[in-house]
Design a protein around this ligand. Structure first.
Ligand code: FAD
Length: 463
């Protein structure tokens, strides 16, 4: 099969690249080994739209700032919820309180210059803004955001499909070779030829680069996150560290787009496949964040870990292959890759142009419709018909109609449904799953024994 551009990887980076390409008259294919898009690193992050990152002149920081600015427009267009909020760096002792003006001076030069307002909050200001936060004062940095990244991935996927991008999911790239005018990609389900290739393979991006003879080294950083039922703060809250550790970027108490709260992520260097969470990981998060809150009645509902690729030099690598300008590597997209993704995509499009891609804008780009959840219809006084009110997941208010809608938007697995609807993500963490599996199978028109959690052999019912 012949394409103009092949994108390897359907994480948030690959999807944003495909989204940009969908605006031009080019034939695009996105290849991913997973059953659905966004099942790699992009499924296990904290959902924060960040601002400036240390080191401040790095590509990572520049693309984070640019991506941050692009998000509101993209989210509006794709009907994805972004909530703008501040980050508070909280002073916990008199020494830190005295240091606040000096910290403000430094941060204001870095953040303020790039349009992110920084101010000092005294005890009363802090109490007024965040009654549940325990501290003597704080530095407030404006311009952060939290996003429903599952909705983002789903809507990027829908936009791409609606605008003619092909997807080869459940398809693993095994080998690749440069040809005179492009490349040939050998996958688990056949060969694809493309004039331009983008390697956006996340944790495997260095392996894919090696197929083309390019060498990069990655480390892998595990981040553990603890999820609580309900919102603990309105802002992202973290203890002020006078000697910051650039590797952890602090972690924080983070209100999510789902009305829950995350503590984390932590950072430890380990293996690419290690997503285990142990008592020690939880203990670190409790020691770091519990003292920041006045109300100590925490209801933890889930702990999970994500792994990010950390490149040599601790900066994003976005470069042409040494063997051909037609191959573009996007390697080591660690945090804040979600934030930077829209800006990374625009940079890649420029690189394709420089490599000779003829990108002629389409004049018939189609827009996606929002994914409407029944609870919002009911909440806004809308009428329910037939089985629209049949609730499958009571904690999250997910109905049979929502499951049907998620399937219509491309979900084929339990995780695909859960990511689009929030099914099983509430306080009981999935007491509804037995019934949900039955209903999802009915709606997909398959036997429950054929339904998987996330593709491959991850069956849910004994075969
Ligand atoms: C714990 C944690 C917290 C984070 N929090 C934030 C945050 O709050 N804000 C933020 O901005 N960023 C955050 N990040 C970073 C962000 O999640 C990543 O930078 C981003 O998701 C990377 O997306 P990606 O598309 O590069 O990678 P991925 O999502 O991993 O996509 C790569 C895709 O390539 C596919 N693939 C790999 N090899 C092959 C192959 N051989 N054949 C076919 N397909 C292949 C994979 O299946 C995968 O789907 C966090 C990361 C972690 C781990």
């Amino acid at each position: 099969m012949n394409y103009d551009v092949a994108v390897m990887g359907s994480g948030v980076v690959g999807l944003f690249i495909a989204y940009e390409l969908a605006h031009y008259r080019v034939r695009v294919i996105v290849i991913d080994r997973e059953a659905e898009p966004g099942f790699g690193v992009s499924r296990g992050h904290a959902g924060v739209i960040h601002v400036v990152q240390p080191p401040f002149n790095s590509l990572r920081s520049r693309l984070a700032v640019e991506g941050n600015r692009l998000y509101d427009d993209v989210a509006r267009r794709l009907h994805v919820k972004v909530r703008r909020l501040s980050t508070l760096l909280v002073a916990r002792n008199p020494g830190q309180l005295i240091a606040l003006p000096a910290v403000w001076l430094i941060l204001n030069r870095v953040y303020g210059r790039r349009g992110f307002r920084v101010r000092i909050l005294g005890p009363r200001g802090l109490r007024r803004l965040e009654p549940n936060v325990n501290g003597l004062g704080a530095i407030e940095v404006e311009g952060y955001g939290v996003i429903n990244s599952f909705e983002l991935v789903s809507q990027l996927y829908n936009f791409c499909r609606l605008n003619g991008v092909d997807f080869a999911l459940g398809t693993e790239v095994k080998d690749a070779k440069v040809l005179g005018d492009g490349a040939i990609i050998i996958t688990s389900s056949g060969e694809y030829r493309a004039r331009f290739v983008i390697n956006a393979a996340g944790l495997y991006s260095a392996d894919i680069a090696r197929l083309f003879g390019d060498e990069y080294r990655l480390e892998f950083g595990k981040g553990v996150m603890l999820v609580f039922w309900g919102e603990q703060t309105k802002s992202i809250v973290t203890p002020l560290q006078l000697i910051p550790n650039p590797k952890t970027k602090g972690g924080a108490i983070i209100p999510t787009a789902f009305g829950t709260t995350i503590w984390g992520p932590s950072l430890s260097i380990g293996s690419r496949d290690d997503r285990s969470v142990n008592e020690g990981d939880i203990d670190v998060l409790y020691r770091k964040f519990s003292g920041l809150l006045r109300d100590r009645k925490f209801t933890p509902i889930r702990a999970y870990a994500g792994v990010r690729p950390i490149p040599e030099g601790d900066d994003f690598i976005i470069t042409h292959s040494k063997v051909s300008k037609r191959i573009v590597h996007v390697i080591g997209i660690e945090s804040p890759g979600l934030t930077a993704a829209p800006a990374i995509a625009r940079r890649v499009i420029d690189m394709l142009r420089n490599a000779g891609a003829e990108l002629i804008p389409k004049d018939d780009v189609r827009e996606v419709e929002p994914m409407v959840m029944m609870k919002n219809v009911i909440g806004s006084g809308g009428a329910i018909k037939g089985d629209q009110g049949e609730v499958i997941c009571p904690c999250m208010g997910v109905t049979r109609t929502d499951i049907r809608e998620a399937i219509r938007h491309g979900a084929r697995t339990l995780d695909g449904i859960a990511f689009r609807t929030g099914l099983g993500m509430g306080i009981c963490q999935g007491m509804c799953l037995g019934r949900a599996i039955k209903v999802i199978s009915e709606e997909l028109g398959i036997d429950p024994r054929e339904l998987t959690k996330s593709g491959g052999n991850s069956w849910l019912v004994t075969r």
